[in-house]
Design a binder for this molecule. Sequence first.
Ligand SMILES: [Zn+2]
Length: 462
Amino acid sequence: MQLRYAFRLDPTLVQRRALGRAFGCARVVFNDAIAARRAARENGEAFPTDAQLSKALTAAKRTPQRAWLGEVSAVVLQQALAEANTAYRNFFASIKGTRKGRKLGVPRFRSRKDRAQSIRFTKAARFRVTSAGRLRLPGIGDVPVRWSRELPSEPTSVTVTVDAVGRYHASFVVEAPDAPLPPVDREVGIDLGLTHFAVLSDGTKVDAPRFARKAQAKLARAQKELARRQKGSANREKSRRNVARAHVRVADTRRDWLHKLSTTIVQENQLIAVEDLAVSGLARTRLARSVHDAGWSTFVAMLTYKAQRHGRTLVKVDRWFPSTRACSACGAVGEAKPLHVRTWTCGCGTTHDRDVNAARNILAAGRAVLPVETTSDPGRPGQLPVKQEPTGSAARPAAQTGIPAVHGGEDVNGGDRPRTPRRMSGGGRAHGHGRRPPEGSGRSAGRYKRRAPLKVLRLTVE
Ligand SMILES: [Zn+2]
């Protein structure tokens, strides 16, 4: 499967200037393409095709106003054009409803003040990693890279970004081989909790660790301070930079934490059933949850690609499934439970924690769609190809978000870094290896062994 591997870059001053020029040129090409499409729309003309826009770009390079575009690799400019085209295609698909997930707005102009700037080099641009371990970018030079791991194969493209606090990254797209883990017979259902980030069917309640909450609080303070500053003042500029730094910190800590959490869950469980919130053009009424939603889609995207890569099964249970109302012990579906009801007792006599009960129901729903027999049956209805969702970080360019990103802490196989996942708060669960039952033991280990992995199933009940 395709993965993105990201590394920090340390460009020299000269290289920074060249990168700055390239970011600027890519932005102008992107904006020219958006402007051309808007103009066509306003004049009631046919939408310019990708080919027409490409021709217009070539012509523009010969005009005095745009001649400086010639200083930058043509591939970078063509990629910027491709990103504008993709943005429009996604926008139209979103309007038509053929694109899943959040509704997209009309593509907007990019600004020098945007949180992240990016350029992309494909193979055609002849970028390469030199024998000295530097990243050779045409028109930029040999840029020093902080390698933290090896690339599993030759990259097909690289995106270079600079974020709001001036950090440069290279994000390589590579074909990574599957790395199946030995089967285990644990299974888990995960509910997006009301007061917790996630609640597992074994009763574990997972919260963001204190350092992440601290970073979030710091960001809130910085934003408040910024709002008080006078426009155009030196202090406002300082506050703006503080906010940018706090943003980056929140995004980084959250991503690292989600990587560790998703890795642990994939290591320990053969079947992972999650609530699917992707059906979200619709208004979300459960406001208490909205705080966690951004992190949740990133988390599910991580679980999805890790499950696929490591031979686990991920089931997304539609959120219309009455996970809260049904009793996980007897199956009776009761009244809707108001949000303040934390525990309730079913007619059958079982007392439930609201969130744990929901997680158990999600697991049961996930199990229900798996074949009972051990033959693999690829033609079953209801099986969809793995869906890859944006991983949503400020440092990532919009056009590339479809490919999962590898960062620190995600090595399910132990990998080349000695980092161990931090403990989840609240549940007191142990982590990592060593807790697996012997291979082949138990009912479900055998059941899974002959199943084709790589399946994401979608279930709709009701
Ligand atoms: Zn019951």
